[in-house]
Design a protein around this ligand. Structure first.
Ligand SMILES: NC(=O)c1ccc[n+]([C@@H]2O[C@H](COP(=O)([O-])OP(=O)(O)OC[C@H]3O[C@@H](n4cnc5c(N)ncnc54)[C@H](OP(=O)(O)O)[C@@H]3O)[C@@H](O)[C@H]2O)c1
Length: 241
């Protein structure tokens, strides 16, 4: 059996594509999810990938979840911090709850998961962490001050942790996907998608989740040990940082 990989939010959308790609490449994969049991069970049944429910914004829940995964599969060697939510509104209409929810799920989660998993990676002298940020971290997006702040925070976190653990055989990278065909983007009104978003994408279409997964596979490979602290854009040319 290959190395053990955990994908947060790994039962739908981009995370599900990453989990599948890792499994197909021979990794022993666990997929976490937040609350949609129906989607998670269907995913587990179809792929054979075990699924684990916990809230990544809750540190104690993460500790219990990591312990369960490690009891079942062994020490986690690859961590994909993918779980994320949006709560869009212009700032003058954004409630403190909308702000806190996005910071908690999209950014606190990265601290929670890395804080719990990094000591074992350091001891074993190997690890791969990929943090799923967003093009909107780099270019900003009206209606997403909360999301852009959380996703930009992930990039600073990535660069800092990468420096701390580089000598321990652990790489930490961020990817910044552009608009990808998942439930998150299906929630955007069709008019906004067709008239405002698609015209900004030179490739002329949304990404498929599998195209994001391909980049993750590349970054987690044993042979990718010299790539760390990087921010890899996968955005169809929408923004060239
Ligand atoms: N789609 C895009 O265009 C796009 C672009 C750039 C970046 N991203 C980022 O890529 C990641 C995946 O996006 P997506 O579009 O695939 O999202 P999605 O289809 O909405 O799926 C989100 C996944 O995250 C899980 N999740 C949500 N809140 C959670 C929590 N508190 N604890 C544990 N798991 C939780 C969900 O579990 P449940 O099924 O239980 O809800 C689900 O498995 C996100 O971080 C997103 O910000 C997406």
């Amino acid at each position: 059996m290959g190395r053990v990989a955990l994908v947060t939010g790994g039962t739908r959308g981009i995370g599900a594509a990453i989990a599948r790609a890792l499994k197909d490449a021979g990794y022993a994969v666990a997929a976490n999810f937040g609350g949609n049991e129906e989607a998670a069970n269907a995913f587990a049944e179809e792929t054979g990938i075990p699924v684990y429910r916990w809230d990544v914004s809750d540190y104690d829940a993460c500790a219990e979840g990591v312990a369960r995964v490690e009891a079942d599969l062994g020490p986690i060697e690859i961590l994909i911090n993918n779980a994320g939510i949006t709560r869009d509104a212009f700032l003058h209409k954004m409630t403190p709850e909308m702000w806190r929810a996005v910071i908690a799920v999209d950014l606190d989660s990265v601290f929670n998961m890395c804080r719990l998993i990094i000591p074992g990676m350091r001891e074993r002298g190997f690890g791969r962490i990929v943090n799923v940020s967003s093009v909107n971290a780099q270019k900003g997006q009206m209606g997403q001050t909360n999301y852009a702040a959380a996703k930009a925070g992930m990039i600073g976190f990535t660069k800092s942790l990468a420096q701390e653990v580089a000598a321990k055989g652990i790489t930490v990278n961020a990817i910044t996907p552009g608009y990808c065909e998942t439930d998150m983007v299906r929630a955007v009104p069709e008019k906004v998608l067709n008239e405002r978003i698609l015209p900004q994408i030179p490739v002329g279409r949304l990404a498929q989740p599998e195209e994001i997964a391909r980049a993750v596979l590349f970054l987690v490979d044993d042979d990718a040990g010299f790539i760390t602290g990087a921010t890899l854009a996968i955005n169809g040319g929408q923004y060239m940082a």
